[in-house]
Structure formats: structure tokens, C-alpha cells
Design a protein around this ligand. Structure first.
Ligand SMILES: Nc1ncnc2c1ncn2[C@@H]1O[C@H](COP(=O)(O)OP(=O)(O)O)[C@@H](O)[C@H]1O
Ligand SMILES: O=C(O)C1=C[C@@H](OP(=O)(O)O)[C@@H](O)[C@H](O)C1
Ligand SMILES: [Mg+2]
Length: 169
């Protein structure tokens, strides 16, 4: 499972890792979008963040019971303590760590599709970025993704998973 702040590459890298391991990839946001037949910004504006979080918890609880899947959650999933504990108990949690400096350079790619960032100044976003680090502090493995191509990061994750399999054999 991949966690980390919005835009660090959880969806992109999760997808690549799943392909490399011949496993199914599940993006929780995508599952929620499919259930509502709406995009994430539409869900936030139509039914609100609270309902989104409730659904997010429900979907994660179901998906976490499935074995051998590669899962990416949204950057706010670990705001819910119960979700965080469930994920840490049932999944190998990789935290994708991107510096604020690198994140800033990527903001234009994500600003329109992340309702949580809507209307925020760079200062507000920086504050949120650092506040959120606390919820990612518990994980099983930290991956530094600064100045690395998604492909390279995915290779690194796959290597570390394979190494742990060998150690457990
Ligand atoms: N390692 C990377 N280097 C450069 N751009 C990246 C990298 N990983 C992801 N991206 C880009 O950043 C944006 C956010 O990626 P995404 O996978 O949706 O992040 P998340 O799921 O963490 O919000 C996308 O436009 C994606 O193509
Ligand atoms: O951090 C957040 O609160 C959110 C992150 C998003 O996912 P990504 O982290 O994949 O952008 C998505 O779940 C929603 O817009 C809320
Ligand atoms: Mg994502």
C-alpha cells in the first residue's frame, strides 16, 4: 500500500508496481469515483468531504481484506485513525516521501483535481503539507521520491518487496 501527500505519485507508482509484480492495482479514489459515478472534485462539491471520508473508510476496510493486491490510498486517508491502524495491521505500507521544494514544482499538475487544495495560497498549502507529515509518520517503509522518475521508484519498491520475500522464504 502507498501513502503520502497529494501528488507525490501514489497512483502512478502503485500502478507501475502492480504491473511489475503481475498483481491487481486498486486506487481507492478510483473505486470511490466508480461507486458514485462522479469525479473526486464532483464528489466533494456534491456530497461533501465528510461523506467522502465515510466512503473512503468503508472502501479501504473492504479492500484491505483482499490479499496480493497493490493499493494506493488518497493522501487524506490516514487522517482517520481507524483507517491508519487497519492499513498498518493488514498491509505493507510504503510512504512516498517528497520534499516541499519538489512538491511545489509539481503543484500545477494536480491543483485542478484536488479539491482540498482549492482556493489555497502557497503558504496555506505549505502549512498543510507539513501538518500532514504527522499522519504518515507510521509506515513500514519510507521511499524517497525526490528527483526520481516514477519508473525508477517503482523498480526500487519492487526490489525491496522481492528482497523481503526472499528473507521470509
Ligand atoms: N516521480 C515522478 N516524477 C515526476 N512526476 C511524477 C512522478 N510521480 C508522479 N508524477 C506526476 O505527478 C502527478 C501526481 O501523481 P499521482 O500519481 O496522481 O499522485 P498521488 O496519487 O500521490 O496524488 C501526476 O501528473 C503524475 O504524472
Ligand atoms: O489528501 C487528501 O485529502 C486527498 C487526496 C486525494 O488523493 P491523492 O493523494 O491521490 O491526490 C483524494 O483522495 C482527495 O482529493 C483528498
Ligand atoms: Mg492518487
Amino acid at each position: 500500500m502507498f501513502i503520502g501527500f497529494m501528488g507525490v505519485g501514489k497512483t502512478t507508482i502503485g500502478n507501475l508496481v502492480a504491473k511489475k509484480l503481475y498483481r491487481d492495482f486498486i486506487d481507492i479514489d478510483h473505486e470511490i469515483e466508480q461507486e458514485y459515478g462522479m469525479s473526486i472534485p464532483e464528489i466533494f462539491s456534491e456530497i461533501g468531504e465528510e461523506a467522502f471520508r465515510k466512503k473512503e473508510k468503508e472502501v479501504i476496510s473492504t479492500i484491505c481484506q483482499k490479499k496480493l493486491k497493490v493499493i494506493s490510498v488518497g493522501g487524506g486517508a490516514f487522517l482517520q485513525e481507524e483507517v491508519k491502524q487497519l492499513c498498518l495491521d493488514s498491509c505493507i505500507v510504503f510512504y512516498l516521501d517528497l520534499s516541499w521544494g519538489s512538491w511545489k514544482e509539481r503543484v500545477n499538475l494536480i491543483i485542478d483535481s484536488r479539491p482540498v487544495l482549492k482556493g489555497k495560497s502557497m503558504e496555506d498549502m505549505e502549512k498543510l503539507f507539513y501538518e500532514r507529515q504527522e499522519i504518515y509518520a507510521n509506515h513500514h517503509s519510507k521511499v524517497n521520491v525526490d528527483k526520481k522518475e516514477a519508473e525508477e521508484i517503482a523498480e526500487h519498491v519492487v526490489d525491496s518487496i522481492k528482497l523481503s520475500w526472499e528473507l521470509y522464504e
